[in-house]
Design a protein around this ligand. Structure first.
Ligand SMILES: [Cu+2]
Length: 324
């Protein structure tokens, strides 16, 4: 029995550890392109997440000490792009949404781009399986057990070279102010688009999230069966919305209506359950921060302690995985 218990403990540890990850392999239409970090910028954070006030630091753009990758991948609208996990990880096992942001390379060269310009959001995934409070802590999320963050390049993105930043936010510690951010940037050239207008709304990264944003201080440890939040800014018109706030629509990818006609309102869409689309009535001028609008402050944090939520951070940091 002792052996069994020890084994179970080890297995538990292993699976927690594999839940930590970053992304280094690019997929186009589910086929791996090149090797590790051929198109995705290598950084020095390893598989550890970014947390707390670190999201305000410059390194939040493409992760710690990110270096230009050797190649730029050319894709066309309609191609499915995936950011696959690094270090042998094979599945996201933290609960939370995924986001994909893009910024146009200012000099037309994504290898040289520093990401200091404006970013727009091309994709958002939420909940793909309607369930209960328990499933909201694991397999309700669209990204659960998938080994890559993926989206279909929308027609509404004009031709050009871009930095594309894919992100997963793990919410298990969010009630205690410790949402975990996993992200990396790829260098991608879009070719064959008919779009001409620059997509909006836009934001800066860092700056897309404030530490107190409701979406990243949400508690999974109460009775909630949905996640009625959209982290950051709304998805551009024609961009991809996968799943929904309560998962009742299933694992569906639909084109976001976007904020068309209402310019670049940076307000957070807190009505995701109603429609995977535009923020209601946003007419604000483009602004680099998203602190306006209906953004609240830590609305769900207090319920956590009452529900006996676990400590915020992951414990399994000891098991090492080679980064070489
Ligand atoms: Cu973790």
């Amino acid at each position: 029995m002792k052996t069994t218990a020890t084994l179970s403990a080890l297995i538990g540890l292993a699976s927690l550890t594999s839940a930590h990850y970053t992304f280094d392999k690019l997929l186009v239409n589910d086929v791996k392109q090149g090797g590790d970090n051929t198109y995705i910028r290598k950084h020095t954070r390893g598989y550890m997440p970014t947390k707390g006030t670190e999201i305000l630091a410059k390194d939040f753009t493409c992760n710690t000490n990110a270096q230009a990758a050797p190649q730029v991948m050319t894709v066309k609208p309609g191609d499915k792009i995936g950011f696959q996990q690094a270090f042998g990880a094979n599945g996201i096992e933290h609960p939370g949404p995924t986001q994909v942001y893009m910024t146009l390379a200012k000099n037309g060269d994504s290898k040289k781009e520093d990401g200091s310009g404006d970013w727009f959001k091309v994709a958002q995934s939420l909940i793909c399986k309607a369930g209960n409070a328990e499933s909201l802590r694991n397999d309700a999320w669209c990204s659960w057990k998938e080994n890559n963050v993926n989206f279909v390049m929308p027609e509404s993105v004009p031709d050009g070279e871009y930095l594309v930043r894919a992100e997963h936010i793990a919410l298990h510690g969010a009630h205690a102010g410790a949402a975990e951010f996993y992200y990396a940037c790829a260098q991608i050239k879009v070719q064959g688009s008919k779009a001409t207008a620059a997509p909006g709304p836009t934001t800066k990264i860092p700056g897309v999230y404030a530490v107190k944003d409701k979406a990243i201080n949400f508690s999974l440890w109460g009775s909630s069966t949905s996640y009625p939040e959209i982290p950051g800014i709304p998805v551009i018109a024609g961009g991809e919305m996968r799943g929904s706030a309560d998962g009742k629509s299933g694992d569906k990818r639909v084109a976001a209506a976007g904020a068309s006609g209402s310019s670049s309102a940076p307000a957070t869409n807190n009505n995701a359950a109603a429609a995977p689309a535009a923020p209601s009535g946003g007419n604000a001028a483009p602004a680099p921060s998203n602190n306006g609008g209906n953004k609240g402050f830590g609305g769900n944090t207090s319920a956590a302690a009452a529900a006996g939520a676990p400590a915020s951070s992951c414990k399994a940091r000891r098991v090492k995985r080679s980064q070489s």
